[in-house]
Design a protein around this ligand. Structure first.
Ligand code: ATP
Length: 451
């Protein structure tokens, strides 16, 4: 993980936030390549979940919501983690994580923790367990009073539930149908860490599928398989992914059933990447009760009013970025064939083409004006469609290595022959094979390669 953290910073993917002030714990900024990469992850999700389906539509709800939302959803009362303090070094820990680390089931009530469990840092005695609410509070308007207190949303899902009827009626939807949304969520995590795996501000890609109650099991199973397939399609090998069903004591207050998709992260082993949840009719029933609005669906064919059940798919954009990054990162010995100290370790980021931040690099062999002109014209014809990068500094080998490191699938080299034969050399990141391509055909060539 340390290798990836320093690589991500060095190559402009992810920086520690507010670094010039010493940083702020477990908060990160996406750099120029990171933002492209993360946008590609989100685009791939949106394409699979919304664009290529007739039964799912999108939404972009506000982060700030009416505070009653969070009473109805159960978050004010129940969105807590069990917290213990070390009486000696004052460090805070999640009691369930401490129990899990000892191979014990984390099913306990607030109160005393097992006597044998001590502070992992200093061995000090731990306080009794108390519940700590993870929601960030803030105030609306100029007066910081309790009546003006609201929350930063801890999940994007509730923005979808409160808009259930707006979407269903405006888009004339019949069950089953889904609403998808990508957006920021905030949780005051007790123990954030492992780079962007657990942060206090993060992005979720969530989809809520509204179904008839008797159809929940069927759709739960199909969504579970589809979400797993999405990660496989984007290049993560099966051996690094698995399903894990939640045991009863782990289920969130709203869940009837929950299965995680876990990725085998370094340092942590298999840990949650995404979740598929059967949320029953809990959320809509609660919003109906707290708002006093009728949120029932009317089935015209059956002449029946009822609250739909919900199958949720919830993926973390940052955890997905981390999994794709870890998986794609490869250190190889002298790919270029040169066996000196400089080439001992070469890095290739074997990202799926859809996710690569830069798709094509344009590299004129020299800084001669004639080559620059042809190269820039080629770049302009390509950047309408794809993210490109122009690089004319350093030896061509060095420039190839730079692009390999950031996962660019193709490099286009413009050489002196290009001026004569109107062809360029295209190099493939993975095979390192080179091919001469007619400049006039270059758009079609990449259309085919990057489709
Ligand atoms: P965990 O058990 O790891 O705390 P969770 O079960 O609370 O996660 P959910 O509430 O199911 O997570 O959230 C859905 C998804 O949002 C998770 O699968 C994960 O990808 C992402 N996620 C949740 N919390 C965080 C966080 N603090 N930082 C980054 N991503 C997160």
């Amino acid at each position: 993980m340390d290798t990836i953290v320093s690589f991500a910073k060095r190559r402009g993917f992810i920086f520690p936030s507010s670094e010039i002030y010493g940083g702020i714990s477990s908060t990160y900024d996406y750099g120029p390549l990171g933002v492209e990469f993360k946008n590609n992850v989100k685009r791939a999700w949106w394409k699979a979940m919304v664009q290529e389906r007739n039964d799912v539509v999108g939404l972009d709800a506000a982060i700030l919501m009416h505070p009653t939302t969070w009473e109805a959803s159960g978050h004010v009362e129940g969105f807590t983690d069990p917290l213990v303090d070390c009486k000696v070094c004052k460090k805070r820990w999640r009691a369930d994580h401490l129990l899990e680390a000892k191979g014990m089931k984390p099913d306990f009530r607030p109160g005393a923790l097992d006597k044998n469990i001590v502070c992992p840092d200093c061995g000090g005695e731990l306080s009794a367990v108390r519940n700590f609410n993870l929601m960030f509070k803030t105030f609306v308007g100029a007066v910081e009073e309790n009546t003006n207190q609201i929350y930063l949303r801890p999940e994007t899902a509730q923005g979808i539930y409160v808009n259930f009827l707006n979407v269903q009626q405006s888009m004339r939807r019949k069950l089953p149908f889904g609403i998808a949304q990508i957006g920021k969520a905030f949780r005051n995590e007790i123990t954030p860490g492992h780079f962007i795996f657990r942060t206090r501000e993060f992005e979720q890609m969530e989809q809520q599928y509204f179904v008839r109650p008797e159809d929940t099991d069927k759709y739960f199973e199909s969504w579970k398989e589809m979400r797993m397939q999405w990660y496989l399609n984007l290049g993560i090998p099966k051996s690094r992914l698995r399903f894990r069903e939640h045991e009863k004591h782990e289920l969130a207050h709203y869940a009837k059933k929950a299965v995680d998709i876990e990725y085998d992260y370094p340092e942590m082993g298999f840990s949650e990447l995404a979740g598929i949840h059967n949320r029953s009719d809990w959320d809509l029933s609660r919003h109906q009760k707290f708002s006093g609005q009728d949120l029932q669906y009317f089935d015209q064919e059956k002449n029946e009013h009822f609250i739909p059940w919900i199958i949720e798919t919830s993926d973390g954009a940052d955890r997905a970025v981390l999994a794709f990054l870890l998986d794609a990162y490869e250190e190889v010995k002298t790919r270029s064939g040169v066996d000196d100290a400089k080439h001992k370790k070469e890095i290739v980021l074997r990202l799926h083409k859809d996710l690569a931040p830069i798709k094509i690099a344009i590299l004129p062999l020299s800084k001669k004006e004639s080559l620059q002109k042809v190269s820039q014209d080629i770049q302009k014809s390509l950047w309408k469609k794809w993210m490109t990068q122009y690089d004319e500094t350093g030896s061509i080998g060095k420039r190839y290595r730079r692009q390999d490191e950031i996962g660019t699938p193709y490099c286009v080299t413009v050489d002196f022959n290009s001026l004569e034969d109107k062809k360029v050399t295209v190099r493939d990141r993975d095979t390192m094979e080179q091919e001469r391509v007619d400049i006039i055909d270059i758009q079609n060539y990449f259309e085919d390669k990057l489709k």
